[in-house]
Design a protein around this ligand. Structure first.
Ligand SMILES: NC(=O)c1ccc[n+]([C@@H]2O[C@H](COP(=O)([O-])OP(=O)(O)OC[C@H]3O[C@@H](n4cnc5c(N)ncnc54)[C@H](OP(=O)(O)O)[C@@H]3O)[C@@H](O)[C@H]2O)c1
Length: 271
């Protein structure tokens, strides 16, 4: 039996993690969300399995995370096998670059802070809060995973002058460093901490509404194709999550994966 805590399971990749991991009735899957009632209804209607627990916790709120950890510990006898930091913010400011964003310095600063709060600092709070559970118990998997993005790698930006997704990319680069720092503390205690890019995945996360936003999104995808001419468009969440979980299973703390940031394919390009 394995236990999993995953953040941001209301939709997209997080929801698919819950769906796939709960397929094994021996697993216990805890999904952390901001709107418990809404996600519980969705999970009941679309997955409907008794081994799923939906727990309310905004990942930017350490007290809420602590309460969530207490709930999980009660159900698992104190331990936890896998922790997946999946929740993230990618605001529509991702569609433009610093030249456009520079027109409103205050809004730019707020946008940067909002992304850092969720994408980097939220994961730091999450890891700190649940680490005692991960450390508890012999023979457990002890795997702590951050879902990152190839956009955080300067190489991708530089290869095709990808000017978009400024705050998102910066905050995920900080997340990758946090992963390395957590690994530096916990690797010797047998904890694998690593960051994985799931590839481009069709989750509608940017929630494109207007014609103008549509044009900007097309321009961003053109950049992705310039970076990776073989890029065929985003993958289905089920395929991406299957591949990420394959790597999570395979990766070991002594196998060269400790503290690294890599693609789910273990290669480049990310797309
Ligand atoms: N989709 C892609 O192409 C792609 C590519 C590379 C990396 N990724 C990474 O993969 C992960 C999932 O992406 P996705 O496309 O599935 O994203 P998504 O559809 O936008 O879902 C994001 C999830 O994060 C939750 N969330 C946001 N802020 C939160 C907070 N403060 N506390 C708790 N939960 C919060 C959202 O919950 P609410 O419903 O409450 O808003 C939602 O469940 C992210 O880390 C993303 O950066 C995605």
């Amino acid at each position: 039996m394995s236990s999993y805590v995953i953040t941001g399971v209301s939709r997209g990749i997080g929801f698919e993690f819950v769906r796939q991991l709960s397929e094994n009735p021996a697993n216990t899957v805890f999904g952390l969300v901001r709107d418990k009632a809404a996600v519980e209804s969705k999970v009941a209607a679309e997955i409907g399995r008794g081994n799923i627990h939906i727990v309310e916790a905004n990942t930017t709120d350490p007290e809420a995370l602590q309460k969530a950890a207490e709930y999980v510990a009660e159900k698992t006898n104190g331990g936890l096998d896998y922790l997946i930091a999946n929740a993230a913010l990618q605001a529509k400011t991702a569609l433009v670059g610093f030249d456009t964003l520079s027109k409103d310095p205050q809004a730019l600063e707020e946008d940067l802070i909002a992304h850092y709060r969720v994408n980097s600092i939220g994961a730091v709070h999450l890891f700190n809060t649940f680490m005692p559970l991960i450390l508890k118990g012999q023979g457990r998997a002890k795997k702590v995973i951050a879902i990152s993005t190839g956009a955080s790698d300067p190489e991708m930006t530089l290869k095709a002058d990808v000017f978009q997704a400024t705050a998102y990319s910066m905050s995920k680069a900080a997340l990758n460093m946090a992963v390395a720092k957590f690994s530096a503390v916990y690797r010797r205690q047998g904890v694998l901490v690593m960051a994985i890019c799931p590839g481009a995945v069709d989750t509608g996360s940017l929630q494109i509404e207007s014609e103008e936003e549509g044009k900007l999104a097309v321009a961003m995808f053109a950049k992705f194709r310039e970076y990776s001419p073989t890029f065929q468009g985003p993958a289905k969440p089920e395929d991406s999550v299957k591949s990420v979980l394959g790597l999570v299973d395979k990766a070991t703390v002594d196998g060269g994966y400790a503290g690294v940031f890599i693609s789910h394919t273990e290669g480049k390009p990310y797309l």
